[in-house]
Design a protein around this ligand. Structure first.
Ligand code: ASP
Length: 603
């Protein structure tokens, strides 16, 4: 039966009790991790969010009644114990912060009993994630998850402190907003008061933070919840949190400066890592050329080499046609892997095909100087020598080549570089390689839509030197955009914004927006900008991803208290669910038969 805690006050969390308290009386409360009855002595491991404390019950100290109660304790019972701190009678436990002490109980209250949990509450759980997520309230009791969630809180608090000191204001922006379907798909919320009309949940506070600059708030930040109804990807969440900010009267340098200092502070205080400033920078072009990625993992080398020039006269049709079509031939030199078995190479070829390659050409340079290659027969000895030299290859190396449009070559070799590094264990542990990637293309051509789309968003400022190219060669225009990258992951990104009406209309024009459509979707922003808008720029981090790196979690779900799974559902609450027909009626919404059938299947 559950007892009350009236008259008791917790004096310490479990691991706040230390040798300094020996001889003192403490009141501790928490969950029973385990309890062992050694005949006449009962040992209980008490757990709370701080860790574990050993309690010891002996009838001679606590009396028969409390001893009998202690005999009933089982895992996950919630208890309150008053007792005296002592040096541990048995051997010390070096694995516990409280390993040299114990609390000799004088009294015990059972504040709540517990059924046997569906899985043990323990570190590094072997339990299947589905089961853990179904009972997330229990999973959240596990010490490793608790540490993650506490680190996340610390990141949020430090961020607030730092930005406040830098003169930022924390301002909330609405989460029921107008739908502006540029970018990912919006989550829609039907309006009851305006039947047939919908709000969208924000994909980011972008427009509002720009309006705040227009309104004179100068430096804004927010830990903002964002929603994107994207197709399912393994480590994405339909809702996620950004550390979002915007600054007025600044250029890209100012934004990068304040943000690298924020990163330096967070990683020092939370991970004890010294981040040297300024962070290195690569332009997008250099990042793609050297690493095949706009978020290069710089913890290891094996950079891409452009060998287009070296192979331009060869008869190998794969290389030849790539070059004739304006593409390139590039390669990776995998050191010391000339002896890689054919089967493994074939697996790499398949891997490359998964990233859009038609194939992968290889050349192994044997120790005796001979070659084994999928294409050597199409090349002269001299051409091969030139190719190996262009790759910086030497005896014992395996050279892998992709030939195609540049975008495909980057994509394939960028992915292959990471895959090989993983397979060959080339990535050093405990390395923290931060960098800025700058000068992104402003626009990307979407084959699907048959038009240019904004690479970042439509409010990103082109680089001054490229302004003239907007009409003649939009694809070549670079943007004042920057991403902050850590160990091959994009932690955040932002840009200087367009604050000149003429450049903004030009941008909409290139994006294929009519005046009317631009006005319809972004009219309130464009109107606001007519009344004196300061130059401004900003950036947003994916908070979940930042924390994930800090705690070394494998999945973003491990740093979110109540995450959703791949199909955007919540295994615990079972959201989303069909709703009462009356609710739909009020909203003026009818569910199609097909959708109803699907929902029925799910149930
Ligand atoms: N709103 C942008 C994003 O979500 C970030 C920014 O430009 O500040 O990616």
């Amino acid at each position: 039966m559950a007892e009350s805690m009236v008259g008791l006050k917790r004096s310490h969390r479990c691991t706040e009790v230390s040798e300094a308290n020996i001889g003192q009386e403490v009141t501790v409360m928490g969950w029973v991790q385990k309890s062992r009855n050694k005949g006449g002595i009962i040992f209980v491991d008490l757990r709370d969010r701080s860790g574990i404390l050993q309690l010891i019950f002996e009838e001679s100290d606590c009396g028969a009644e409390y001893f009998a109660k202690a005999e009933k304790l089982r895992s996950e019972f919630v208890i309150a114990v008053v007792g005296q701190v002592e040096k541990r009678s048995g051997g010390a436990n070096p694995n516990l912060k409280t390993g040299t002490i114990e609390v000799r109980a004088k009294s015990l209250r059972i504040l709540a009993e517990s059924e046997t949990p569906p899985f043990p509450i323990e570190e590094n759980s072997k339990t299947k994630e589905e089961l853990r997520l179904k009972h997330r309230y229990l999973d959240l009791r596990r010490p490793d998850i608790q540490r993650n969630i506490m680190t996340r809180s610390q990141v949020a608090i430090l961020t607030r402190q730092f930005l406040a000191e830098e003169g930022f204001l924390e301002i909330e922006t609405p989460t029921l907003i107008k739908s502006t379907p540029e970018g990912a798909r919006d989550y829609l919320v039907p309006s009851r008061v305006h039947p047939g009309s919908f709000y969208a949940l924000p994909q980011s506070p972008q427009i509002y933070k720009q309006l705040l600059m227009c309104s004179g708030y100068d430096r804004y930040f927010q830990l903002a919840r964002c929603y994107r109804d994207e197709d399912l990807r393994a480590d994405r969440q339909p809702e996620f949190t950004q550390i979002d900010m915007e600054l007025s009267f600044v250029d890209a340098e100012d934004v990068m400066d304040v943000n690298e200092r924020l990163i330096q502070k967070l990683f020092k205080e939370i991970c004890g890592v010294d981040v040297a400033l300024p962070l290195p920078r690569l332009t997008w072009k250099e990042a793609m050329d050297r690493f095949g990625s706009d978020k290069p993992d710089m913890r290891f080398g094996m950079e891409l080499q452009d060998v287009s020039e070296a192979v331009k006269d060869c008869e190998f049709v794969v290389f030849k046609s790539a070059l004739e079509n304006g593409g390139s031939v590039r390669g990776l030199c995998v050191e010391g892997q000339a002896g890689m078995p054919r089967k493994k190479i074939d697996a790499l070829v398949d891997f490359a095909k998964g990233y859009g390659a038609k194939g992968l050409a290889y050349l192994a340079v044997h120790e005796d100087g001979s070659y084994k290659s999928s294409f050597a027969k199409f090349m002269t000895e001299e051409q091969l020598t030139r190719l190996v030299a262009a790759m910086g290859g030497k005896a014992g190396d395996l050279l892998l080549f992709a030939a195609d449009k540049n975008s495909v070559v980057y994509n394939v070799l960028g992915a292959l570089r990471l895959e090989i590094a993983k397979q060959l264990d080339m990535i050093p542990k405990n390395a923290w390689k931060f960098l800025w990637v700058t000068e992104f293309p402003l626009l990307e051509y979407s084959e699907e839509e048959g038009r240019y789309v904004a690479m970042h968003h439509p409010f990103t400022m082109p680089m001054d030197e490229d302004l003239d190219l907007i009409d003649t060669n939009p694809g070549a225009v670079r943007a004042k955009a920057y991403d902050i990258v850590l160990n091959g992951t994009e932690l955040g990104g932002g840009s200087v914004r367009i604050h000149q009406a003429d450049i903004q209309s030009k941008m909409f024009e290139v994006l294929g927006f009519t005046q009317e459509r631009a006005q319809d979707q972004f009219g309130f922003l464009l109107d606001a900008f007519k009344y004196g808008v300061p130059p401004h720029a900003g950036l947003a981090y994916g908070l979940d991803r930042v924390v994930m790196w800090m705690v070394g979690a494998d999945s973003i779900r491990d740093v979110i208290a109540f995450p959703k799974v791949k199909d955007a559902s919540c295994l615990m609450s079972e959201a989303p669910t069909p709703v009462d027909p009356k609710q739909l009626e009020e909203l003026g919404i009818e569910v199609s038969e097909a959708a109803e059938a699907k929902a029925g299947d799910k149930e």
